[in-house]
Design a binder for this molecule. Structure first.
Ligand SMILES: Cc1cc2nc3c(=O)[nH]c(=O)nc-3n(C[C@H](O)[C@H](O)[C@H](O)COP(=O)(O)O)c2cc1C
Length: 199
């Protein structure tokens, strides 16, 4: 992000110089003066980056544990690596370190209830089927994956790197399944549906 210091000069991004500008402003006009970045500004800005939604799944204490996550992306093609960023306070954080194998389920358009269910900090997930329609199948390795997901990736933990209050879990992809269908999207704190392709 481009920032302006108080004298209007150009300033590289760093935590101490983080700034926030409310746009739009006309193209070609001088960049606006900026304010220090608050956490609300940060969230709002990142919320303008549209994403899909995943649920991270693994076994824990005789039930399937799930966590809704959109901080998911590909990392490398050779080897095939992906990453997910997990809050260090989330129960999933400890489960990932312990299990080292997990599923990443890319939610389909009709799975909003599943996303909402696994975003709640409930103690157990024993009502996932009744409340959200979450039914699980097993990969050859025994990893639980969501029935009806648009895609799933079976992942084996490669490395973990703490970054602020989250940890970046990088994982090797061992198996993938993709179905036809439309994804569930998340944009500006709301669930969205995909539109037709732009020409
Ligand atoms: C759309 C959406 C995306 C989310 N993405 C993430 C994420 O990428 N990483 C994360 O740690 N939490 C994310 N969360 C929050 C967790 O789903 C939530 O804190 C959950 O209760 C953690 O569950 P756990 O404590 O059982 O692991 C997201 C929530 C929503 C609604």
């Amino acid at each position: 992000m481009l920032c302006l210091d108080s004298a209007g000069g150009r300033d590289g991004f760093s935590p101490s110089s983080a700034c926030f500008a409310v746009l739009p402003y006309p193209v070609g006009s001088p960049l606006p003066r900026t304010m220090p970045v608050s956490q609300a500004d940060f969230r709002k800005t990142l919320g303008s980056f549209a994403t899909g939604i995943t649920v991270i799944t693994l076994d824990s204490e005789n039930e399937v544990h799930g966590m809704t996550a959109n901080a998911f992306t590909s990392v490398s093609l050779n080897p095939m690596l992906v990453l997910v960023c997990v809050d260090q306070r989330a129960r999933t954080h400890a489960h990932l370190h312990a299990k080292k194998r997990f599923g990443v389920n890319v939610l389909a358009e009709d799975q909003k209830a599943i996303s909402e269910y696994y975003a709640r900090p409930t103690r157990t997930h024993d009502r996932a089927a009744e409340e959200a329609g979450a039914i699980f199948e097993r990969t050859a390795h025994g990893t639980p994956v969501l029935r009806g997901a648009l895609a799933y990736l079976e992942c084996r933990l490669h490395s973990a790197q703490d970054a602020g209050d989250h940890t970046i879990f990088i994982a090797e992809v061992e198996e993938v399944v993709v179905r036809e269908g439309d994804p569930l999207l998340f944009f500006q704190s709301q669930y969205r549906k995909i539109g037709p392709p732009s020409s």
